[in-house]
Design a binder for this molecule. Structure first.
Ligand SMILES: Nc1nc2c(c(=O)[nH]1)N[C@H]1C(S)=C(S)[C@@H](COP(=O)(O)OP(=O)(O)OC[C@H]3O[C@@H](n4cnc5c(=O)[nH]c(N)nc54)[C@H](O)[C@@H]3O)O[C@H]1N2
Ligand SMILES: Nc1nc2c(c(=O)[nH]1)N[C@H]1C(S)=C(S)[C@@H](COP(=O)(O)OP(=O)(O)OC[C@H]3O[C@@H](n4cnc5c(=O)[nH]c(N)nc54)[C@H](O)[C@@H]3O)O[C@H]1N2
Ligand SMILES: [Mo]
Length: 739
């Protein structure tokens, strides 16, 4: 397994591939849950506790096709949940979710999922503030522009280097670590606002502000208060490019609630000295300043607020749309943020049209299954959950990504049938009725590239499919045959014929634009096509800044909405009309902390992508006492009699997990870090492996966005003195072979 020869910073996660390719947990044959085979479809609390029966492909696909037909006839297409959120893996054609959506569309449609766990809160609130989430996510100021112009970078959530080797679709050349190094050499001042020191690469001219988690909005408001109180705000910019500053300023000064949101007020919430807050605000007003917010800050309760408050503060500084100034979102969250590649449309599989209008905001999956018919708010509308009978998942792991996994287990017992395509026996596969073995990218042909990538890669097959594993495309093609929709789904093409077809139509488009793109045969033989270079300089909202009349934002006013009349008109107490401090439940400043006094940050793992390839070497090498590593401050460990390397029990009133203690002064006391992705291994309500989602609350960020809030949870920790339970996730579940 080798990196691309021109990759300046190969991903350490590559090391997970060799050991996982033939790992014991690969799914070898189609398998059906025994209770489903014996009793047929229906709600079943045994789901997730049962054993499996191995079947041949024909038998399994016949059974599943009949069940799909039954559900459609008896309940209609909206009774099929095909949202199937998840990352699957690199490769554009074999992208599992695209395959499944195309198939289900041909079958008459499905209830879909909207937005992402990544930035599902920003996706809803940003259009109200700046007219587009897409611009902010994918057209942010580029690194070369930051390196050339930014004097002060105030990084809320930091810019964690661990996150930047990842881009959906794959990535050829990892540039971001190099930009971090250049940032250090250039001497740009960086303010790291995070409870965790590691959230910034070393070698920068940085100062660490170890903020209390979930208090960022308080800090942002106090910075804004100082700027306003000292008259440092850009009145012309606020007049010409923004609406609603006046209401926000009244709020900052406490005109209505009598509480000025000043540095003293914020100090009590952030645990940062008031003098430091005032000094930072003055420095921000004096320099070319970029305020960045990681996506993690919106993956919490009231996640709209830090994003909105940061934009309001940046607007007050008057630098939005100027090179190196203004606002940015997701630096250090993903490798393509600030990236320098062009914005090429890449070859992709057409999805068809979904005739069903039903959808859920993606993180409402458990509510959907538990509460059919229940009404809920979403972005100014009131919706109701449809009644789901069949859940179809390909390329995602909800028993990794969703919150309150004990609640999700109950939710998954409700539908008649659960279908999962998986290469591995994940917790989600173990909670299914049909488990269909899928190939991994190394076992098939594809092309790969991520957003703003520099090459389109020909992904050659390097290994034969494991046991009876099939490509998602082949599995769905087999079903399509049985359901009489093969012509729509496959259009008569093999996977290889699709690659050629998609490549050729893409090539035709690019050639029309004057680019010399090789034929498929030449591309495939060369192994890659180097995409043309783009202008490395880019500034978010530069056009709007140049001429706000000719290039208005797509907000109701055409301007930046520091106060949104539309959001205010929704009358949501948990997301008012302008950025505001709303005290969360899961934070050290509230009553819940008396029972659960440690703030756990469930961030992205540095040793794998989510839950993928947890059996790989890099992921396994970081386990402590066979469990996922949890970071604690030595003072918190000492107070609980916990030593380095010991097994601990992490718990609250929702569940508990075991983990292995790592002591570090790289986080502020009262904060612990347990990243996501250890394969969920339930023993009753205890996960013996260390998945933090057994602890997190299944609550939305707000009624506006209904976004995921898995980033934070309050817990208590104790040394685990019992004999820790054996892990079961590293071997397949019991499977009976009939013949
Ligand atoms: N507490 C907490 N929870 C979180 C987060 C957090 O910060 N805190 N972060 C959230 C975020 S941002 C995200 S994006 C989600 C990620 O959640 P997911 O995307 O669901 O997580 P993955 O582990 O990437 O799951 C992908 C699954 O697809 C499988 N797979 C790989 N290739 C193929 C293929 O070709 N075909 C098929 N059929 N399957 C394949 C893999 O084996 C794996 O099980 O997690 C979210 N959950
Ligand atoms: N190695 C690796 N890289 C990944 C992923 C992965 O699974 N593995 N997942 C990818 C995906 S799908 C996504 S969406 C992105 C996610 O990108 P992010 O959501 O930005 O990533 P996180 O690691 O969850 O959080 C970033 C940092 O925010 C800090 N933080 C948490 N809470 C607070 C708070 O209240 N205040 C402040 N100031 N800081 C806080 C944490 O210390 C954390 O390290 O990462 C991507 N990159
Ligand atoms: Mo994500």
């Amino acid at each position: 397994m080798a990196a691309h020869p021109e990759d300046p910073s190969p991903s350490p996660l590559l090391g997970n591939l060799p050991a996982s390719l033939r790992h014991a947990t690969r799914v070898a044959t189609p398998a059906v849950r025994r209770g489903w085979l014996e009793r047929g479809p229906g709600p079943d609390p045994a789901r997730g506790h049962d054993d499996f029966v191995a079947l041949g492909w024909d038998e399994a696909l016949d059974l599943l096709a009949a069940e799909l037909r039954r559900v459609r006839e008896e309940h209609g297409n909206q009774a099929i949940f095909g949202g199937s959120y998840g990352w699957a893996s690199a490769g554009r054609f074999h992208h599992a979710q695209s395959q499944l959506h195309r198939f289900l569309n041909a079958f008459g449609g499905f209830t879909a999922g909207r937005n992402t766990y990544s930035h599902g809160t920003s996706a809803v609130v940003l259009p109200h503030i700046v007219g587009s989430a897409h611009e902010v996510f994918f057209r942010g100021t580029s690194w070369p522009t930051i390196l050339a112009h930014t004097e002060l970078l105030v990084a809320f959530g930091g810019m964690p280097e661990k996150n930047v080797s990842v881009i959906p679709g794959g990535v050829t050349r990892h540039h971001t670590p190099d930009f971090f190094a250049q940032l250090g050499r250039g001497g740009t001042e960086v303010a790291l606002i995070s409870p965790i020191r590691d959230d910034l690469p070393t070698g920068l001219n940085a100062r660490w502000y170890p903020i209390r988690p979930a208090a960022d909005t308080a800090l942002l408001l106090a910075l804004a208060h100082t700027v306003a109180a000292e008259g440092l705000h850009d009145k012309e910019f606020l007049r010409d490019y923004c609406v609603g500053y006046e209401d926000f300023e009244r709020y900052l000064f406490g005109a209505e609630d009598g509480v000025p949101k000043d540095a003293e007020w914020a100090s009590a919430r952030t645990d940062l000295p008031a003098a430091d807050i005032v000094a930072l605000a003055r420095r921000m007003a004096a320099a070319r300043t970029l305020v960045t917010v990681t996506w993690s800050l919106q993956r919490i309760e009231h996640g709209e607020q830090p994003v909105w408050a940061a934009i309001a503060l940046a607007a007050m500084l008057g630098q939005i749309g100027l090179p190196g100034g203004g606002f940015g979102h997701g630096y250090g969250s993903m490798g393509d943020v600030g990236g320098i590649g062009g914005e090429f449309r890449l070859p992709h599989l057409p999805q068809g049209v979904n005739p069903v209008r039903e959808f859920i905001p993606v993180a409402r999956i458990a509510d959907l299954l538990l509460n059919p018919g229940e009404r809920y708010d979403y972005d100014g509308t009131v919706r109701a959950y449809p009644d789901i009978r069949l859940v179809y998942w390909a390329g995602g792991n909800p028993f990794h990504h969703h919150q309150d996994l004990n609640r999700l287990r109950t939710a998954f017992s409700r539908p008649d049938t659960v279908v999962v395509h998986e290469p591995f026996w994940t917790a989600t596969a173990r909670h299914a009725d049909f488990v269909l073995p899928a190939t991994v990218p190394l076992e098939r042909e594809d092309f790969g590239a991520g957003r703003r990538d520099t090459s389109l890669i020909a992904m050659h097959r390097v290994a034969e499919p494991f046991a009876q594993a099939r490509d998602d495309y082949t599995i769905l093609g087999g079903l399509a045959d049985r359901l009489g929709i093969a012509a729509e789904f496959t259009e008569g093409r093999s996977a290889r014929a699709w690659l050629e077809h998609l490549y050729e139509s893409w090539r035709t488009d690019l050639r029309a634009g004057g680019l010399a793109v090789p034929s498929f045969v030449d591309f495939w033989a060369a192994g890659e096509y180097r995409l043309p270079e783009a202008d490395p300089e880019r500034t978010l909202f530069a056009e709007f800044r140049r001429d706000p009349v000719a290039h208005p934002l797509r907000t109701p006013s055409g301007k930046i909405e520091i106060t949104s009349r539309r959001v205010r008109s929704f009358s949501y107490a948990d997301c008012p009309g302008h950025p505001a401090w709303l005290e969360p439940t899961e934070w050290l400043g509230g009553p819940r902390a008396a029972r659960f006094p440690l703030h756990l940050i469930a961030n992205q793992p540095s040793t794998r992508l989510h839950s993928q390839l947890d059996g790989g070497e890099v992921s396994q090498a970081a386990k402590v006492a066979g469990r996922e590593a949890i970071w604690l401050h030595p003072a918190d460990a000492a107070a609980r009699g916990i030593a380095e390397g010991e097994v601990v029990r992490v718990f609250n009133d929702r569940g508990a997990c075991l983990a292995g203690a790592v002591l570090t002064e790289g986080l502020r006391p009262g904060v612990v870090r347990l990243p996501t992705g250890a394969w969920f291994d339930p023993d009753g309500s205890l996960c013996v492996h260390g998945n933090p989602n057994v602890l997190t609350a299944d609550l939305p960020s707000s009624r506006l966005s209904q976004g995921a809030t898995g980033g934070h949870v309050l817990v208590e920790i104790e040394r685990y003195d019992g004999t820790p339970g054996q892990l079961t996730v590293n071997a397949p579940p019991p499977i009976r072979h009939l013949r």
